[in-house]
Write a protein that binds this ligand. Structure first.
Ligand SMILES: [Zn+2]
Length: 167
């Protein structure tokens, strides 16, 4: 016997911010995000419902994206790697694999424990722009070709290191 439990969807969780504006139709494959018209949340990962949603962009943790690359899932617009602070970011091997398999731009986003956005990669793909509280930090990385004046952090840099720069 199969028991199906229907969970009522609550308007809770963090807002998902896509690195590209306007935001494409995105499947967010991680728990704790708000569902919107364009961002549908699939907390348990890629499944039939996600496939049916036909997202142009897919956002999820790196290990999940690696699996989708192997499984032949092919978003048309972009993929967004959701990296939690303290976890390993995308390696150059990941970027190569994603480019070879998905054939669309890959963006990395750095998130705090509550899914709050700390920094995200722009389409210049030269580091991650800091957002929110970190935006005014003088990191001295120079102006980004994308035009966004917000300072950038190098890929793989930890937030603790940035906090040290603030004091
Ligand atoms: Zn930029």
């Amino acid at each position: 016997m199969t028991v199906r439990i229907q969970l009522r969807r609550r308007k809770s969780g963090a807002e998902f911010v896509h690195p590209m504006d306007p935001m494409p139709r995105t499947a967010v494959l991680a728990p704790g995000f708000q569902e919107t018209k364009l961002a549908h949340v699939f907390p348990s990962g890629w499944n039939e419902a996600a496939d049916h949603f036909q997202p142009a962009s897919i956002a999820g943790p790196p290990d999940l994206l690696r699996r989708l690359a192997r499984d032949g899932v092919r978003p048309k617009h972009s993929v967004v790697a959701l990296v939690y602070d303290g976890q390993e970011g995308l390696t150059s091997a990941d970027r190569e694999l994603f480019w070879r398999t998905f054939g669309v731009p890959v963006f990395e986003e750095l998130l705090g424990a509550g899914n709050e956005l700390i920094a995200m990669e722009c389409d210049a793909h030269d580091g991650l722009h800091l957002v929110g509280d970190f935006k005014d930090l003088k990191s001295g990385t120079g102006t980004c070709p994308c035009g966004n004046p917000a300072p950038r952090m190098a890929r793989h840099r930890r937030v603790e290191e940035l906090v040290e720069l603030l004091v």
